[in-house]
Design a protein around this ligand. Structure first.
Ligand code: AMP
Length: 356
């Protein structure tokens, strides 16, 4: 197995805060990062050694990017397939296309999860209003209709009740493919992140409790206050998914914990994840360093906690203006992403508290 040694250049596709924190971790290990993003002045570009600002499918940009880097990874999974295939012919691309393809599409993702023996909410693929009517008859209401592709943070979702008009709900989604999910009456939500190297070695972080507000992650509590058997089961599911995908990199698995302690997978992300930002301050090896280690074929680092527990809160939109108050708390670790504009709901930073 070839190690991509410190001193090499890592290509990161995507310019957001996940790319920024990955590039900072890479720099600590002596790597340079080169960012490919369509967005000018993005958070990742401002901390990286190099960048190409162009659409993901721009042939000249892809050629220059491949030329500049030794390995390619992603901070964002909705990258067009031909672009990834083109890069993969020239450089190691980690995680590989199969992982991205599976996690880009909720139909493929749920089919994969169920095939790997990982339970999800009851679901049906939906490709039109007639499918939706049939799926509603099967699953009942309340239910959630989600676009198969390009949905995030609750975008591209419609909640359906007994009184909803299926045709209107289908039209509102403006999509060709979707899934209908039964509503899960969960006790809590959780997430678990696993890293896997090219040699198959894995490291799994403590599962965390996640709390969402308006469909966007709000707070994270690590470790999740759940029975050890449930935490172990969450780790097992994450490992199983990573192995079945032959993942090289990171995989975050979002879970619903039912009132009787069952775990249902909601979705997966093949990259660093917001539910793992606490690891920057709370763990010996944070998720961003672990990503760099995994994609470069370095040994994975310890996922042990520095203290007993950690808490993370996202700073959305104007929350960022509370930075002075947060810094006045000596126990708070503040991370700001340097975004120029604080739009409502936009992830601007986060703050972590570690309890020793
Ligand atoms: P998603 O965009 O699929 O990650 O959903 C965002 C959030 O919406 C989840 O974290 C849950 O809080 C909620 N949600 C999504 N799907 C369901 C479901 N089937 N049952 C209950 N809540 C859900």
């Amino acid at each position: 197995m070839t190690v991509i040694a410190p001193g090499s250049t890592i290509g990161i596709v995507g310019g957001g805060q996940l790319g920024r924190m990955s590039a900072l971790a890479a720099a600590r290990l002596g790597y340079d990062c080169h960012i490919l993003t369509p967005e000018s002045d993005s958070p990742a570009v401002r901390v990286a050694a190099g960048a190409i600002v162009a659409p993901y499918d721009d042939p000249a940009a892809l050629a220059a990017f491949a030329e500049a880097v030794d390995v390619v990874t992603f901070e964002f999974e909705n990258v067009p397939a031909p672009a990834v295939a083109w890069l993969a012919e020239r450089r190691p691309v980690r995680p590989g296309w199969r992982v991205l393809e599976t996690t880009q599409d909720r139909i493929l993702e749920k089919t994969f999860l169920n095939g790997a023996g990982i339970e999800t909410a009851q679901w049906r693929p939906v490709r039109g209003a007639d499918d939706l009517r049939a799926a509603l008859t099967d699953l009942g209401t309340p239910a959630i209709l989600k676009t198969a592709r390009f949905g995030y943070d609750g975008k591209g979702q419609v909640r359906l009740t007994r009184d909803s008009d299926p045709a209107a709900a289908w039209d509102a989604l403006c999509t060709e493919a979707a899934v209908l999910e039964g509503m899960v009456d969960f006790a809590t939500e959780a997430a678990v992140i696993v890293a896997r190297g090219p040699d198959g070695a894995m490291a799994v972080y403590d599962p965390v409790r996640t709390v969402h507000a308006n469909h966007i992650l709000d707070t994270v509590e690590a470790p999740a206050p759940l029975p050890v058997s449930v935490l172990d089961q969450a780790r097992t599911l994450a490992r199983r998914a990573a192995e079945a995908l032959d993942l090289v990199g990171l995989l975050a698995l979002e879970l619903f914990v039912t009132r009787d302690g069952r775990l249902l997978a909601n979705e997966m992300a093949p990259r660093p994840h917001n539910s793992g930002h606490w690891t920057l301050d709370g763990c010996v090896t944070d998720q961003f360093e672990q990503l760099i280690r995994a994609v470069c074929g370095l040994p994975l680092g310890s996922v042990a906690l520095h203290g007993r527990s950690a808490r993370m809160k996202n700073l959305l939109g104007d929350d960022v203006n509370t930075w002075a108050t947060l810094l006045a708390d000596p126990a708070a670790k503040l991370h700001l992403y340097g975004k120029r504009e604080a739009r409502a709901g936009r992830k601007m930073g986060h703050v972590t508290w570690v309890e020793s």
